[in-house]
Design a binder for this molecule. Structure first.
Ligand SMILES: NC(=O)c1ccc[n+]([C@@H]2O[C@H](COP(=O)([O-])OP(=O)(O)OC[C@H]3O[C@@H](n4cnc5c(N)ncnc54)[C@H](OP(=O)(O)O)[C@@H]3O)[C@@H](O)[C@H]2O)c1
Length: 162
């Protein structure tokens, strides 16, 4: 099974200067809960945005066109075809965690969407790929809790392909 796990603002912004435009620990917690159930696949730039990579206790898979790139304890793949082969031979869910390039590349294949919608607007340089939500149904919707550490209102949405 292939999933997308991401957070976006009201305008679809997901990134700024190689990192996240917001600080939302509740979303980090949600991200961890979901991604711990399988393996994580990401673009090379998203991998480089992780403070202490790789993400712990999950198989990390990185997509790059650079055939010379070798990263300790990380599976490096070089094309969509290689990723599809990897998905076909893997029992665990594969969670795609960004960035925009990788979401765009797999938006026709993805089975489930784990989206955190942040009810705010941020400056950014990276936008979420356009998803055709007509192809999906919402199976869960939950408001996040706003407190002194999580100042942005947010909603956790889970979609399944129809
Ligand atoms: N809000 C969120 O949930 C979220 C999630 C993830 C990321 N982000 C943010 O998004 C930004 C990074 O995303 P991004 O879209 O700029 O980059 P990205 O998708 O993480 O990585 C892009 C890189 O992936 C590789 N790649 C792309 N298509 C490929 C293909 N068809 N075959 C092989 N390799 C391919 C290339 O690596 P090479 O250049 O090495 O060839 C490319 O430069 C950061 O700001 C990050 O914080 C936000």
């Amino acid at each position: 099974m292939l999933t997308f796990v991401w957070a976006e603002d009201e305008n679809g912004v997901i990134g700024k200067n190689g990192s996240l435009p917001w600080n939302l620990p509740n979303d980090m917690k949600f991200f961890k809960e979901i991604t711990m159930t399988g393996n994580v696949l990401m673009g090379r730039k998203t991998f480089e945005s992780i403070p202490n990579p790789p993400l712990k206790n999950r198989k990390n898979v990185v997509l790059t066109r650079n055939k010379d790139l070798v990263i300790d304890n990380v599976l490096v793949l070089h094309s969509k075809e290689e990723v599809l082969e990897y998905i076909a031979e893997t029992d665990k869910p594969i969670h795609i965690i960004g960035g925009a390039d990788i979401f765009e590349l797999f938006k026709s294949e993805v089975d489930m969407l784990y989206k955190t919608l942040i009810h705010d607007k941020f400056d950014g340089d990276t936008m979420m790929a356009e998803i055709n939500y007509d192809d999906f149904e919402i199976i869960e919707k939950r408001m996040g809790i706003v407190d002194e550490h999580n100042i942005h209102a947010h909603t956790f949405l889970i979609y399944k392909r129809k």
